[in-house]
Design a binder for this molecule. Structure first.
Ligand code: SF4
Length: 474
């Protein structure tokens, strides 16, 4: 792969970047366990891990079950303060030996490297994803980017092995321009891949919001100059450190909008549980105010700032994780409160098949039931979110789980699960095709249905019509 020369900003980029100011933030982050072990964590954090818990984790250091090698440990002061009164938040951020009891899972979830034409870029769908940071302010134990954050060595298709690298502006810009030029010359489709123009990019990682404003601004301007018309920023910073969304950040975005008025910013935020943004009374209940619940002020201010700008969309997406948010009542409150405050409920996900996923993932059928129950009592606009599971072939929706037998259909005696392909690689030729499988309430990944495929139009199991046997056809 030829390295592109260093990116040279044009006059318009320079004029925008000159107006951007970096600010300083004090997240009071604790990384790793040393401070807890040595008693050097702040006084009120001493008991976050008991001595027994620390000993159990440390006993695994250097072994195959090493917890910190699987996923580095990190927490902010803000998130710790939330965890003090929230079991789900503690579970989200607190390391446990359970994580490596079963190390089954994919080293490169979603086979992303198969869709990485340039280091740090995943071009699987009509949208491109770029890794711009390899850490977050705190680390979710269930992280589906654990291979990037833990800098694991991944085998590549060319036989080499290396940690996943971050995207470089010059290389990404060169790729986008080249791809779009070829699409233009070939009547709207890339001559080799058949894909359309790249018009949307997701800045991801890790969390782009750990970068300074100037660095984020460099990416925004370079992508806009390359012809990108919608830029997503994937972030959990509203939960980990909402003060990051300060005046200097919004000044930068406003200046970006003045310079590139046609480019839409899409904040893809990540809340798992309402404990991450609602205030609690001493008895643990959320505090009612004017028919809604009272929010943590800095989180609500940040969201209101985003929502007040017409060029910014805000969408929440989050996995449903065991002992964190497989709770219909919590998800109902979360969906309603987010919608009331200008955040769309986009996707809930079944956990990915990362290494150690059995410690976190709830069965697919349970996740569907949790979301279904949570949406009872919500209005249509509050209940927009769908349950998605990412197949190697593409993003898939769990459309329905039936409780009654599907009479006359072999394999459907206990009911069926219906998957629909929402997006597939290579420009979605199979979009909206479905796969129907017989129920398996223990299945936490597609493989749990390998032996009970009824109908496979979407080719998630790479075969057609297995077991389709209606009574009429006998
Ligand atoms: S915020 Fe996202 S990328 Fe960061 S640790 Fe959590 S799941 Fe991983």
């Amino acid at each position: 792969m030829v390295k592109a020369a260093k990116h040279t900003p044009c006059k318009r980029e320079i004029s925008f970047l000159e107006k951007v100011v970096n600010a300083k933030y004090d997240r009071q982050t604790i990384t790793g366990l040393k401070k807890f072990i040595d008693g050097n964590a702040p006084q009120d954090m001493h008991d976050f891990y008991s001595k027994d818990e620390l000993a159990a984790i440390m006993a695994l250091d250097g072994t195959e079950q090493d917890i910190q090698a699987r996923m580095p440990i990190k927490i902010t002061r803000h998130y710790f303060d939330l965890a003090k009164t929230s079991a789900p938040i503690q579970t989200l951020v607190k390391a446990s030996p359970k994580e490596t009891y079963d190390l089954d899972g994919a080293k490169d979830p979603g086979k992303q490297l198969s869709y990485s034409p340039v280091e740090g870029l995943i071009h699987k769908y009509e949208l491109g994803l770029i890794y711009v940071a390899s850490t977050c302010s705190a680390h979710c134990r269930f992280c589906y980017r654990e291979e990037l954050i833990a800098k694991k060595i991944i085998e590549r298709e060319d036989g080499t092995a290396a940690a996943k690298g971050l995207a470089q502006i010059s290389e990404i810009v060169a790729y986008i321009k080249n791809h779009n030029e070829q699409v233009e010359k070939n009547n709207g489709r890339h001559p080799e891949t058949g894909r359309e123009k790249l018009r949307e990019i997701l800045m991801s990682g890790g969390d782009p919001m750990v970068l300074g404003n100037k660095n984020i601004a460099q990416w925004l301007a370079a992508l806009a100059e390359a012809g990108i018309s919608a830029i997503r920023i994937g972030t959990k910073e509203l939960a980990f450190f909402p003060k990051r969304f300060d005046k200097s950040f919004f000044d930068m975005l406003d200046e970006f909008h003045v310079t590139y008025p046609k480019v839409n910013i899409r904040m893809m935020v990540h809340f798992n549980h309402p404990d991450e943004f609602l205030k609690k009374a001493p008895n643990g209940d959320y505090i009612e105010k004017d028919g809604n619940f009272e929010w943590i002020e800095q989180t609500q201010v940040a969201i209101k700032q985003m929502a007040s700008r017409s060029f910014i969309n805000i969408d929440n997406q989050a996995p449903i994780i065991k002992n964190i948010n497989n709770d219909p009542d919590a998800l109902r409150i979360m969906q309603r409160e987010l919608k009331n405050n200008g955040v769309e409920n986009h996707y809930f996900f079944c956990g990915r098949d990362i290494v150690g996923h059995k410690a976190f993932n709830v069965p697919i059928e349970e996740a569907w039931e949790v979301l279904n129950q949570s949406q009872k009592g919500l209005s249509g606009v509050e209940a927009h979110a769908r349950l998605s599971i990412t197949h190697y072939k593409g993003k898939t929706e769990v459309v329905a789980v039936t409780n009654k037998p599907m009479l006359g259909v072999k394999g459907g005696e206990n009911g069926v699960v219906i998957f629909k392909l929402l997006r597939s690689a290579n420009d979605a030729p199979d979009r909206c095709k479905v796969t129907i499988v017989g129920r398996n309430e223990d299945a936490i990944w597609f493989s749990g249905y390998d032996d009970r495929v009824i109908y496979d139009e979407a080719e998630l199991y790479s075969m057609y019509d297995i077991g389709l046997c209606n009574e009429q056809e006998k």
